[in-house]
Ligand binder design. Structure first.
Ligand SMILES: Nc1ncnc2c1ncn2[C@@H]1O[C@H](COP(=O)(O)OP(=O)(O)OP(=O)(O)O)[C@@H](O)[C@H]1O
Ligand SMILES: [Mg+2]
Length: 283
């Protein structure tokens, strides 16, 4: 959706924010991401705050509510959620500001060890049981070859959307933002999702898979589990590209097919499309 500036929000909504933060002196709209109708860093009486928001009737408002619900369970690499407001047709989240830049995933980038450290920290976190989050087995159900879905089951808390604009670099630290798709599942899924994004940034498939191998969860995963992931990822991105074939999505679909083959996915699965709802951020 198109993004509006903070000043364009209804006056009642801006007042509700000011009730939380103190007077708002300035607002800067952030780049990156798609779904947030507003994403602004505010300078307020109580300091800086990052506000992201979505109209309450937007189909993704459920994702915003999941993001709020999972916030207390996130590791220190993730910015702190201060408040969640729903009023006058808007759902807004107020976060600690991460004054950084989007991660650079290019081969040899000094950001890569920082991203590795943040994901290593996350890999030790169990998914909360008292919060309604997505299940990996549900998200990938329509995309896996028959009889293989059990590989996606697990207790880890997964981010799953490693687009580089969801990883902010500040000094010597990577911070994970945008928890719209918190998911419970097998821990190796996140290294796999990151590997595909590394390929998109120019890593050959072998290097991307090697990077995933830095995480013990990936190293100890059964080869059939990884082949299943490869098949499902290829099927998912094929479907996304078929639905809306922008150059970027077609390129991602090709990378995903390459990843699928490298992980030993059956040729038909790695190359074929599957039916079903998109199980993730389709952009
Ligand atoms: N805590 C933060 N501090 C400063 N900037 C942030 C923070 N969180 C996110 N941003 C910036 O705002 C952009 C959009 O935020 P975010 O990724 O959370 O939403 P989105 O991608 O629009 O949402 P969705 O996943 O629902 O499409 C990010 O790419 C980043 O540049
Ligand atoms: Mg984002």
């Amino acid at each position: 959706m198109s993004r509006i500036h903070f000043e364009q929000l209804p006056a009642e909504v801006r007042q509700a924010v000011a009730d939380k933060t103190g007077a708002v002196h300035q607002a800067e709209t952030m780049r990156g991401g798609m779904n947030s109708g507003i994403a602004s860093v505010l300078d307020t009486d109580s300091g800086s705050v990052f506000v992201k928001g979505i109209p309450a009737d937007h189909p993704q408002v459920g994702a915003q509510r999941r993001e709020a619900a999972v916030a207390p369970h996130l590791p220190p690499s993730c910015p702190r959620l201060y408040w969640h407001l729903e009023l006058d047709g808007w759902s807004l989240l107020g976060y600690e500001v991460v004054d950084g830049r989007h991660a650079d995933y290019a081969p040899g980038s000094p950001d890569l060890p920082l991203v590795e450290a943040a994901l290593t920290e996350l890999q030790g976190i169990m998914a909360p049981t008292d919060v309604e989050i997505k299940q990996a087995v549900d998200r990938w159900e329509e995309y896996v070859p028959p009889g293989t879905l059990q590989h996606f089951d697990g207790d880890a808390l997964l981010h799953t959307d490693y687009a580089p604009d969801n990883v902010l670099i500040v000094g010597e630290r990577a911070r994970l933002v945008d928890w719209a798709w918190p998911t419970r599942g097998a821990a190796w899924i996140d290294p796999g999702a990151l590997a595909l994004r590394l390929m998109d940034a120019g890593h050959p498939v072998e290097a991307a898979v090697d990077f995933a191998g830095r995480f013990p969860s990936w190293r100890s995963a059964e080869p059939e589990a990884l082949a299943t992931f490869g098949a499902a990822t290829a099927a998912l991105w094929r479907e996304i590209a078929d639905q809306n074939g922008t150059v970027w999505k077609r390129a991602m679909a090709q990378q995903a097919a390459t990843l699928g083959r490298a992980l030993g996915a059956p040729v038909s699965a790695a190359g074929g499309a599957a039916a079903g709802d998109c199980p993730g951020p389709c952009r």
